[in-house]
Design a binder for this molecule. Structure first.
Ligand SMILES: [Fe+2]
Length: 226
């Protein structure tokens, strides 16, 4: 429910051919439905509903012509910047994972000073924030109380599957397991951008699946509802 498989519109797949290759790999892993979430980050990726729809149409026709049986949904991963606030202020409809669920991310260097204000605004407009990879914000490891605050503010936490492996480094793995232990994980995503991510998933082994199974057993994972 978090991937960058729409061709040519962000730092994910650059072309329909690569998308096809990645999606075939996902299907082999057992995925039946993929929610693609291209970055909307106004300094770098100026995606709109139109640009995302166009890339989605391109991908769909490629998948159809190749007979790949998989469901694709197009949403977005919104970076909390001034443009995002403008989208909210102008009542521009946001692309959702499903119903009112909006995937958001922010800076890997520091959290936005007006984070709470933006979250409040988002909720006032009727959306529910889903925070992408909270475990990758390493600066939060020294202020873990921030996770409690974000939870209390109504954020659903989406952890990357590869964060439960050594892929992103020790600090991220530790934070991911901290969130697992706290029962704070609501969604699991691949955040798949490229072949290296796919290979890491293919090679993750049984350790990852044990953790995933344990998470599923808690009943707190919402992926099945998307
Ligand atoms: Fe992402």
């Amino acid at each position: 429910m978090h991937s960058h498989l729409l061709p040519g519109i962000d730092d994910g797949s650059p072309s329909p051919e690569v998308s096809l290759q990645l999606i075939r790999g996902m299907a082999e892993l057992g995925y039946k439905k993929l929610i693609t979430t291209p970055h909307v980050m106004w300094d770098i990726y100026r995606n709109t509903q139109e640009s995302i729809q166009a890339a989605y149409n391109t991908l769909q026709s490629t998948l159809k012509s190749q007979g790949v049986p998989i469901t694709i949904h197009a949403a977005a991963e919104y970076y909390l910047d001034e443009h995002f606030v403008q989208l909210l202020d102008s009542d521009t409809p946001l692309l959702t994972l499903k119903n009112n669920l909006v995937l958001i991310e922010f800076s890997f260097i520091s959290s936005p000073f007006n984070l709470k204000e933006i979250l409040f605004k988002l909720q006032i407009k009727g959306y529910q924030p889903v925070l992408a990879h909270p475990e990758r914000y390493l600066y939060l490891s020294s202020s873990k109380g921030f996770y409690d605050e974000l939870k209390d503010l109504g954020c659903i936490f989406q952890v990357n599957l590869l964060s439960l492996t050594p892929y992103y480094g020790k600090g991220v793995t530790e934070l991911a397991h901290y969130l697992v232990k706290k029962n704070y994980v609501g969604l699991l995503g691949t955040d798949l951008h490229h072949q290296r991510h796919l290979e890491a998933l293919q090679n993750a082994g049984s350790g990852l699946m044990t953790t995933v199974q344990r998470l599923l057993d808690t009943g707190g994972i919402m992926n099945h509802s998307l």
